[in-house]
Design a protein around this ligand. Structure first.
Ligand SMILES: Cc1cc2nc3c(=O)[nH]c(=O)nc-3n(C[C@H](O)[C@H](O)[C@H](O)COP(=O)(O)OP(=O)(O)OC[C@H]3O[C@@H](n4cnc5c(N)ncnc54)[C@H](O)[C@@H]3O)c2cc1C
Length: 458
């Protein structure tokens, strides 16, 4: 394991010079602001914060950091949940918060080139006048760099795919300061090893993403949101399989347990207190949308739905999805003296009911509370586990471990979209076997001094 020493005054001064004084701070407040992400992992302070400005500046900083063995942890806006961006070894916190330029919109090609620090909601607001949007949506206003680095996904993955499916090219700075252009603006690419995708999901451990060219899609003409309630979880999941199997243009297929329906209702919805599916369907024509809604209604009824409601009203649809996005904040408010451990696993859709049953039994056996919601159309579940004490956290970690191992056993993965960070490293060997050794070899090749985001992923 690489040994890192505390930065001395000469190193700090040189970093300030390389970054530019206006892009450098060793102030405690700046470091503390970026010492923890949105998850449960304990905070750690970097020794200085550097605001990235462009590839050339980042290249200068990395080349020096590499020569001096100084750890560098990239930071988007810190909405990760697995400690992915926590600077566990001090060193440099390299934030992309000032790299927010939309470099060029290629509207006729359905593409945009952006700097890595652009938050995805800001990007979509700017793209609205072109009638286009970037579909991956993790809910939080995450940066494009953070989304690519974590391969973030969210509620619309069932139709549009995750971040990895929506990127064509990227500019990346390696640990030694080399600047690479990966991929191209061609939608079809068959040239050489797919290095672009190596950096997607690498959590800042292989290089720093400075720019990316993203795929865009037209804003749909007609949309409907639907809510279906079921007597039990198994029926709800049967409906997920039926709706997916019907070949409809489903753009979101979300599962909520009863507790989460109550949390959403606190944020303005009126959802019956049962296991629930929230769905969104897109169509090019109003008549097609009506037909699709009728099909979904019939499929849900055949699976035993107790209630079904569909709306094409834009305001009602917006309230529903806003409430879904704020369900976590509502849960936090409902547990004022507790912290919330959020876990994320994914399995093949056929194994989803088995995973949910196992999770529920594990949570109940541990005598704790667990709130489930997830991107059911992708077989992805998130479970929120409140705890109040260090002992409580250990119990929660035990439950988390049992569910993760079951997900892998069922042919799934330790993380569908939150990444490995610190929290999921323990399961990498079970999931990847010998491939983990190859991952370590790749890391050694690209970052032989181990300066990029130490302690993460591997
Ligand atoms: C309430 C809530 C709900 C969420 N729901 C979802 C969800 O539904 N789906 C989902 O996918 N995620 C979800 N997330 C997780 C989170 O939003 C995503 O992981 C997001 O991609 C993190 O982006 P960020 O900009 O905040 O990055 P950060 O958290 O700052 O960093 C994430 C990782 O990316 C690295 N990184 C950041 N920028 C760069 C760069 N330019 N180059 C290289 N590496 C970089 C960091 O080092 C770190 O490893 C949720 C989070 C919260 C708080």
């Amino acid at each position: 394991m690489t040994a890192y020493s505390a930065l001395n005054a000469a190193q700090l001064a040189r970093l300030e010079e390389l970054a530019g004084a206006e892009n450098f701070s060793a102030a405690h407040a700046e470091r503390e602001l970026r010492s923890r992400d949105a998850g449960h992992h304990p905070p750690q302070l970097a020794e200085c914060v550097i605001w990235g400005r462009d590839a050339a500046q980042i290249s200068r900083v990395l080349a020096y950091a590499n020569a001096q063995r100084i750890p560098v942890t990239a930071w988007g806006v810190g909405t990760g949940l697995e400690g992915n961006a926590i600077p566990t070894r001090g060193g440099i916190l390299l934030t992309m918060e000032r790299m927010t330029r939309i470099v060029e919109v290629h509207a006729d090609d359905f593409q945009v080139t952006v700097e890595a620090g652009v938050p995805h909601k800001d990007l979509n607001a700017a793209l609205a006048r072109y009638g286009l949007f970037f579909p991956p949506d993790p809910g939080a206003n995450a940066t494009i760099g953070g989304m690519l680095a974590n391969n973030a996904a969210g509620i619309r993955t069932v139709k549009y795919g995750a971040s990895k499916d929506n990127v064509l090219a990227a500019q990346v700075v390696l640990a030694d300061g080399r600047i690479l252009q990966l991929g191209s603006r061609s939608v079809k690419q068959s040239s050489g090893y797919n290095l672009l995708q190596l950096f997607v999901g690498s959590e800042g451990t292989l290089g720093i993403i400075t720019q990316a060219t993203l795929k865009l899609v037209p804003v749909p003409q007609h949309m409907s949101a639907m809510i279906a309630s079921f007597a039990d979880v198994t029926q709800a999941i049967e409906a997920v399989v039926a709706v997916r199997g019907a070949g409809l243009d489903v753009a979101a297929l979300e599962f909520l347990d009863v507790t989460n329906t109550l949390a959403l209702n606190q944020a303005g919805t009126d959802i019956p207190p049962y296991p629930t599916l929230l769905m969104e369907i897109h169509a090019a024509h109003a008549a097609t949308l009506d037909e699709d809604i009728a099909t979904v209604r019939a499929l849900c009824a055949a699976c035993g739905a107790l209630h079904f409601r569909a709306t094409a009203d834009a305001a009602e649809r917006k309230t529903l999805w806003q409430a879904r996005h704020h369900a976590y904040e509502t849960l936090v408010r409902n547990h004022p003296n507790e912290r919330i451990f959020i876990m994320d696993v994914a399995v093949p859709i056929s194994a989803f009911p088995q995973l949910i049953a196992h999770a529920r039994a594990t949570i109940d056996a541990a005598g704790i509370r667990g709130y489930m919601k997830g991107h059911a159309g992708d077989g992805n579940i998130h479970i929120e586990l409140p705890y109040a004490t260090p002992e409580g956290l250990e119990v929660v970690k035990g439950v988390n471990g049992a569910i993760v191992r079951e997900a892998i056993r069922l042919g799934g993965t330790a993380t569908g979209e939150h990444g490995v960070g610190i929290g999921k490293r323990a399961y990498m060997a079970q999931e990847h076997g010998e491939a983990l050794v190859v991952m370590r070899q790749i890391k050694q090749t690209l970052d032989p001094n181990g300066i990029l985001n130490p302690d993460k992923v591997l």
